[in-house]
Each structure stands twice: as structure tokens, then as C-alpha cells.
Design a protein around this ligand. Sequence first.
Ligand SMILES: Nc1ncnc2c1ncn2[C@@H]1O[C@H](COP(=O)(O)OP(=O)(O)OP(=O)(O)O)[C@@H](O)[C@H]1O
Length: 229
Amino acid sequence: MPVLRFDNVSKLYPGGQPALSEVSFAVDAGEMLFVTGHSGAGKSTLLKLIQLAERPSRGAVLFDERNLAKVRGGRIAAHRRNVGVVYQNHQLLMDRSVADNVALPLVLRGMKRAEIGKRVRSILGRVGLEARANALPTQLSAGEQQRVGIARAVVAEPPLLVADEPTGNLDPTLSAEIMALFASLPERGTSVLIASHDLALVKRMRRRVLVLEHGRLTDDIAPEDLADG
Ligand SMILES: Nc1ncnc2c1ncn2[C@@H]1O[C@H](COP(=O)(O)OP(=O)(O)OP(=O)(O)O)[C@@H](O)[C@H]1O
């Protein structure tokens, strides 16, 4: 069963060209894929619809086959807990330790302290930051800060992780490392959808690629059909 499905989705912002036009695709549980396209193609809008930061003008976004149009009011927060988000500038709390930042989604769920400590240590180990648990984000490099952002997004094991230009501020070596970290997530059951304009980087990952052009989904490329380059 798909974890996420776009069914003929269009999005028009007031006074503008359509940001998305009749977009349809499905994401299976445990799948990792990319959405790529030039600036303004509609990538961020697509991710915002998944997080209910925006609503479609036409068509439906389905999460676990439930139409998100029906998710309103207090249930929006519950939906957002099912979608881990990684931002380009990671949006960490700069006056809180690495461990506190990563613990946040678990604290919001009301988890017991001992369990939170255990989970935070485990995820920091997986992203290679166990020795930096008590550091402040400002004491970390840009790549390490993004690792904290990823750890925070996946610590509660959401069924879906979305990332908007997660390597936008990183050099090519660090970008490849961060992408490899994302690639290790689906085997734990989390589906991963990453928006990036860096087609060369995306192609190297050998995963499914959705291509947006002026809001239209013009290609849905299987890994085996990706050309080198
Ligand atoms: N809040 C908004 N109000 C009006 N127009 C918007 C709004 N957000 C985005 N748009 C327009 O919708 C289109 C798609 O924007 P979107 O941010 O989704 O593209 P993108 O592919 O993520 O671009 P980038 O790579 O530059 O972030 C653009 O023409 C943009 O100007």
C-alpha cells in the first residue's frame, strides 16, 4: 500500500501561474525517491501539501490512503507527527544541546525520559554524533548541524520523511555523505522524499526521480533508466 499518493493535484496561489498542475504519483512504504526541477518548478509546494502547510486547489493528497482534505483543526498536529521534515537551514534551537534538539519530537509525544535518552543516544550513534550530544549547534560544522536535523526528523520513526534541498548549503563531499545517510533510512521502514535542484547529485543516488517542469510532472524515472552524468 502506498504511504503517500497525489491524485491529480493542482495548486494555484492567488494571482500566480499554477505552482502544480494535475500531479499524480504514489510512494510505497520504505521507498526513497527524489523530486527535482528548476527554481520555481513547484518542489517546495509539493512538500508543503504533504505537511498541510498548504492545501491543494484541486485533486487530493492521500496519506496512508486517507484524504488529507479531511484532516483539519487539532488533527493537523497529529498528521505532522507522521511526517519528519528536514530543512535546508535545519532550523535547530541554537541555545539547546544537540541531544535536546533531537529529543524534541519525543518530548512533544510525552515519552518517558529514560526512553527518550535511549532513543536519542541510538539515533546520534547512527548519524555519527554520539560524542557531540552535549554540544551546542553553534559548536558544530554545517554538515554536523544537518546531521542533527536529520536525527531530529527520524528519531520518532515517522512513516515518511521529506527534505527540502537538504544539501543546499553543503559542499559536494558533505552532500554525498548526507545523501548516503538518507539512503540508509528506508531499510528501517521510513519512506524518504527529497526535493533537490542538483540533478547530478540526484542521479548518482540511483533512485526513482520525479521531474517537475513549471508545475507539471513531466517524468517519473526508474533507477535503472537513469543515465550517467
Ligand atoms: N506563497 C506563495 N504565494 C504565491 N506564489 C507562490 C507562493 N509560494 C510559491 N509560489 C510560486 O509557486 C511557484 C512554485 O514555487 P515553489 O517554491 O514550489 O518552487 P520550487 O521548485 O521549490 O523552487 P525553488 O527551488 O526556488 O525553491 C513559483 O512560481 C512561486 O513563485
